[in-house]
Design a protein around this ligand. Sequence first.
Ligand code: PMP
Ligand code: GLU
Length: 406
Amino acid sequence: MASTKSLHVHENALAERVQRIKPSSTIAAAARAEALQAAGKKIINLSIGEPDFDTPEAIKMAAIKAIQQGHTKYTAVDGIKSLKQAVINKMARENRLHYELNQILISGGAKHSLYNFFSAVVNPGDEVIIPAPYWVSYPEMILLTDGKPVFVSAGMEQHFKITPAQLEAAITHKTRLIILNSPSNPSGMAYSEKELKALGEVLLRHPQVWIVTDDIYEHHLWNQTPFTNIVNACPELYDRTVVINSVSKTYAMTGWRIGYAAGPMNVIAAMKKAQSQNTSSPCSISQYAALEALEGDQACVRRMTQAYKERHDFIVGELQKMPGIKCLPSDGTFYTFPSIKGLLNPAKGVTNDIELAEFLLDEAEIVVIPGSAFGVADHIRLCYTTSMEKLVEAAERIHKAVKKLT
Ligand code: PMP
Ligand code: GLU
């Protein structure tokens, strides 16, 4: 029998690359919430950004049909042709962007699309500009691909959006890439077309910089419609922008793991080469489900967005009434990112956002994510992918708890 000693490898036995990164804090918080629920606690989980709605029936049926028809084998590395064509049609119809088949790569979720992209363009030591607050996985994926994250901070006073002057100041001869995400996880804010154009004008002066626009929350937008990304605002950037999207959030399909990238042929080909070695192909059955999602009736998307908007209005309204909290309305997504600076109270052992999140868990059995996980301290992220009934209770519990700090 193996001794227990042999079950643990010494740190030095692991690659330096993996020791550089930390596990996903959003996923860790959700796992913690689940464990506490299983232990009988009356937890309300406002942590992970995952739609609470079930995947629409027609999409599930398309997957069942795919299994019955024997679509259970590897597919082409870059995805089935019909799905790639559906992505092309969707991008022309909804995004006013035009691509050919060899400009599209289907992958195992937007996370995988992003990782393939970073693997394809980031060299060791390359600087990657990441506006903060940022989604937790961007810096870690850049570290995993040997790049150097360069953060540009945008606080609440600037609606969590970076300015052209900040962008200009952050660009050096080592800058390889900028990551844009609008509407943003975690801030919920979206850049206007005018703001994107101004950022685009800076980028036009620096032709060595790639741009990735992570559009996965494009449909969860109530201000600033229609949705606009940087290529819409600045078409001259088409040749060096990769658009990332996914069916995860739009169609409540997080578990199906289908995302996609659209961009210049040479970079898509490089990403495909990486994918041929790291995954073979995305899941065949999920690809048929995604095909139905993109080509079927879109009423489900409008219904879900409407529900997120109602929940947003409620929870933001409640947070704005609470002492010590400052909360801006979001333009979209299913997140809100209030400042909790006014709640910090050393006498009660709450000196930062991490301790506040712990306090809310202990006092109110509410799970939220501390802002520092997204690169901006003194804030928390609340995700409202939960029923109105639970949100009403969550607001009551939070209100009661925070009164103890003020
Ligand atoms: N980008 C952002 C901004 C996200 O919040 C997420 C969260 N899942 C992803 C990408 C990854 O999505 P997917 O489920 O398609 O991998
Ligand atoms: N993107 C979601 C979130 O931020 C899902 C979890 C993850 O992949 O980070 O909560």
